[in-house]
Design a protein around this ligand. Structure first.
Ligand code: NAI
Length: 247
């Protein structure tokens, strides 16, 4: 389904980003895996993942919260592939703190990583997509950006911002044949939630009508659907992938 398509995924080293990369590569896309450089927790190097995914996939190390690195990233994609068909804005970090404990530095870091990067990537990706006659952009928001959560004011604001950016970009880019959508995952078993105390994790699961946390693959399936031609008449939507948690 994605033969000859080039797909860029941010935060692709693990979790939802890696699961999405695997599905897109299996479906024939050339995947550009992007991740920041500084993690030393025993995960496979990005280049090794690209090699495992197969011919045509590439690894580019970049911190997407830095707009100069984002600009260099797209120059590199342009030189190497000459086109871009799909962007998945997945990179994100948590920034949990009660209001009294939120420092400016945290606001800046979480906003730069979770929201600023989405806008700069949409800007750069849409230029390449326009030249190629169209494309699809899917950003990973969160149920917290729709419903809120105590202790997640900054994260929730950034994720709500992704929803706003998605709606406006969908209107602005439709004439160029570029669809822009988002997914809003609920509670998904990845490294991001690994450090949550068991009692809080149990509380979250208890709030999910389907009775369990989701998997990275289940979110990836929704992202791939929105990126695919099966979703060719869908733009400006935020698809919940949350086992009914939003209800
Ligand atoms: P994860 O922590 O397992 O993976 C995130 C990846 O993004 C990591 O490989 C990390 O190194 C990379 N990354 C972080 N900052 C980056 C930067 N500045 N530049 C480049 N790469 C960067 O997390 P997970 O769970 O796979 O999350 C993926 C997305 O899904 C995030 O945007 C997250 O906010 C969102 N999400 C996750 C939920 C969950 O329950 N796990 C629920 C709702 C949304």
């Amino acid at each position: 389904m994605f033969a000859d398509k080039v797909a860029l995924i941010t935060g692709a080293r693990r979790g939802i980003g890696l699961a999405t990369a695997r599905l897109l590569a299996e479906a024939g896309a050339k995947v550009v895996l992007v991740n920041r450089p500084d993690e030393a927790d025993g995960e496979a190097p990005l280049a090794a993942i690209a090699e495992e995914l197969g011919r045509g996939c590439a690894a580019i190390t970049a911190d997407v919260s830095d707009s100069a690195q984002v600009a260099a990233l797209y120059r590199s994609v342009h030189q190497r592939f000459g086109r871009l068909d799909i962007l998945v804005n997945n990179a994100g970090i948590l920034g949990d703190a009660r209001l009294g404990m939120i420092a400016d530095e945290m606001i800046q870091r979480v906003m730069a990583t979770n929201l600023f990067s989405v806008i700069t990537n949409i800007q750069a990706a849409s230029k390449l997509m326009r030249r190629g006659g169209g494309g699809a952009i899917v950003s990973v928001a969160s149920i917290i950006g729709l419903r809120g959560n105590a202790g997640q004011v900054v994260y929730g604001a950034a994720k709500a911002g992704i929803v706003g950016a998605t709606l406006s970009a969908a209107k602005e880019l439709a004439a160029d044949g570029i669809r822009v959508n988002a997914v809003a995952p609920g509670f998904i078993q990845t490294d991001m939630i690994r450090h949550l105390p068991a009692a809080i994790a149990a509380e979250r699961v208890a709030a999910i009508p389907l009775g369990r946390a989701g998997t990275a693959e289940e979110v990836a399936e929704a992202i791939v659907f929105l990126a695919s031609a099966k979703a060719r008449y869908i733009t400006g939507q935020v698809l919940g992938v949350d086992g009914g948690m939003v209800l």
